[in-house]
Each structure stands twice: as structure tokens, then as C-alpha cells.
Design a protein around this ligand. Structure first.
Ligand SMILES: Nc1ncnc2c1ncn2[C@@H]1O[C@H](COP(=O)(O)OP(=O)(O)OP(=O)(O)O)[C@@H](O)[C@H]1O
Ligand SMILES: [Mg+2]
Length: 293
């Protein structure tokens, strides 16, 4: 399974012909939930969106790319396991490593595994290998990315069909997300991303952030930011936000996420419909047409 050859990430992506042409043959849409900065809500967003997509009938794989500080299982109240290590060391099959709940499958990482720590792994190549092998089994694959702008994480971001950049209103989050978008652009040729503003206090604050970030990214990087939307800062006790998010199906928070997910899936459907009439696309995206929520 670890057969991917060594080269620089961008060269490797081009040589594998993955980043540009992957969409012509893959089934799942791959989405990186990313940020640069830690603690902005990447995992909360990834878990909630994965759950909603699965509840809407899509087959979803949530892949925790924080491979030794995995938080997805923690947020979902599932047992911590060493499955990711067992998978990469060929002790366990992929299917036996998944937590399955209806349409939602989770491949968790480990949590402070000494084995993982001591094994030097090229995580990006391992995860891309998993994607290549399983992208035909899912409609959506969501990558919950770790904080930081390491080569591994950015390679995964670049490989993905979509990147949801999660930003909070503080200056360091804005700066870090700009740095992430810049390196993705300069090193990997990525020129469009989706923006999700989390922990927003007010509508004017949200509008200000959208304007500032869009203009800055367009002016200085000539990149496009698709606006996914915003999520309000919930003044819940720090350990209760995720249970509110996942359990309260009548809350405005839940309804807001339903809207965000619907907006995105409809955007993809619109694009798929347009692709039907685009030249040089013949059999492209047969599967897209059935993405209906
Ligand atoms: N809109 C929100 N309102 C209030 N609290 C939130 C909101 N979104 C996320 N949180 C809380 O913020 C904290 C950080 O969220 P989360 O763990 O999802 O961030 P992260 O970006 O994945 O962090 P890391 O970089 O460590 O992986 C958690 O306690 C989460 O419950
Ligand atoms: Mg996280």
C-alpha cells in the first residue's frame, strides 16, 4: 500500500496527474477541512458536515488526518483505537478499521500512539493512497486536517477537489489562513478555496471578514474565495459545544449547518450540470447528476 515514489509534493501531484484530472475519474468528491491555525473549529465542522451529508443519503467517509492526535472519535464519543497504525503497518484491513454509522464511515487516527510516533511515515502519501483505493466507494470524502502548514497537510489540501478554509475573526486566524492559501497557490497552483467563517459574533463582523479576505486574496494572490457562510459563536460551556452541535436537531446552529451543506451540494450539482455541456468532457461525471439533496 505504501508504494508512492519520492519527489517534491507538487511535482509528484503533477506526475501522478491527480490534481488536475482526478475529477474525470473519481467518484467521491474530496474535501479538505483546513485552516492553518489550530482550534478554529475544523474538526467540529468536519464532523457535523459529514453527519449531515450522510443523513441526506450520501455515502461519506470522514478521514481524520490528525493521525496521532485524532479528535473525531473524541467528539463523536467513540472509543479510541490504534487502527490507523494497524492499517499502515498492514496488520488490519481498511474495512476493519472503520467506525460505521449508517452512511457515515469514520477512519480515525490514533491518539498518542508510541508506535505511530516512532514510525516515520509519509502521511500525505499514505492518505492519498487510501483515497485512490476507496474513492469509488463514497460520494464524499472529508479530510479533517491538522493545524499547521506542513508539506503533508498542504499536499492533501491540494489533492482534494475542494478546500473549506475555516477562519475565526481573530487576526492570527486570518493571517494563518492567508498564509495557507498563499502557499497552496504558489507551491501547488491551487487558485480556488471555500471560506467558512466560524465563531462569528455579529452580521457586520461576518460581512467585514468576507470582504477583507476575498479582496485580499483576489488582489494579492489572484485567487478566488467561494463563500460557504458563517457560523455564530455559541456561548456554551467549552465542553458542551460539540454535543449541542451534534445532538440538537432543532437549534438554529443545526439549521445553519443544513443550509451550508445544501448550498455546497447544490453548487456542485450546478457545476455538474454545466459540465454536461462543456467540450472535451464526454463521459465526465456520470455520477454527479445524481447528487441531489
Ligand atoms: N461556533 C462555535 N462556537 C463555540 N465554540 C466552538 C464553535 N466551533 C467550535 N467550537 C469549539 O472550539 C474548540 C475547537 O474546535 P475544534 O476542535 O473543532 O478545532 P480544530 O480547528 O479542529 O482544532 P485543532 O487544530 O486542535 O484540530 C472546541 O472546543 C469546539 O467545541
Ligand atoms: Mg481538529
Amino acid at each position: 500500500m505504501l508504494s508512492l515514489k519520492k519527489s517534491s509534493p507538487s511535482d509528484w501531484l503533477v506526475s501522478q496527474n491527480k490534481y488536475q484530472s482526478k475529477k474525470t475519474r473519481s467518484k467521491a468528491k474530496t474535501i479538505s477541512i483546513t485552516a492553518g491555525k489550530g482550534g478554529v473549529g475544523k474538526t467540529s465542522v468536519a464532523v457535523k458536515m459529514a453527519r449531515l451529508m450522510a443523513d441526506s443519503g450520501y455515502k461519506v467517509l470522514l478521514l481524520d488526518c490528525d493521525t496521532n492526535l485524532s479528535n473525531t472519535v473524541v467528539k463523536l464519543g467513540l472509543p479510541i483505537t490504534n487502527y490507523f497504525y494497524e492499517l499502515v503497518s498492514a496488520q488490519r484491513e481498511f474495512d476493519d478499521c472503520l467506525h460505521k454509522d449508517g452512511n457515515l464511515h469514520l477512519l480515525s487516527g490514533c491518539n498518542g500512539s508510541i508506535d505511530m510516533f516512532n514510525k516515520s511515515l509519509e502521511i500525505d502519501r499514505i492518505i492519498i493512497d487510501i483515497l485512490v483505493n476507496h474513492e469509488r466507494d463514497y460520494d464524499y470524502i472529508l479530510l479533517d486536517c491538522p493545524a499547521g502548514i506542513t508539506k503533508e497537510t498542504l499536499t492533501l489540501n491540494a489533492y482534494s477537489d475542494y478546500r473549506f478554509v475555516v477562519v475565526t475573526p481573530d487576526k492570527s486566524s486570518v493571517t494563518d489562513s492567508y498564509s495557507l492559501i498563499k502557499i497552496l497557490n504558489k507551491e501547488f497552483g491551487v487558485n480556488d478555496n471555500h471560506l467558512l467563517i466560524n465563531k462569528v459574533s455579529s452580521e457586520p463582523q461576518y460581512q467585514r471578514m468576507v470582504k477583507t479576505l476575498s479582496e485580499t486574496v483576489e488582489t494579492f494572490l489572484k485567487c478566488r474565495l467561494h463563500i460557504l457562510g458563517g457560523v455564530k459563536f455559541e456561548d456554551a460551556p467549552v465542553d458542551q459545544f460539540d454535543s449541542c452541535l451534534l445532538e440538537q436537531e432543532n437549534s438554529s446552529l443545526h439549521k445553519n449547518f443544513v443550509k451550508l451543506v445544501r448550498k455546497f451540494t447544490e453548487e456542485i450539482e450546478g457545476r455538474a450540470a454545466a459540465d454536461e455541456y462543456a467540450p472535451f468532457t464526454n463521459s465526465r461525471h456520470e455520477q454527479d447528476v445524481r447528487f441531489t439533496i
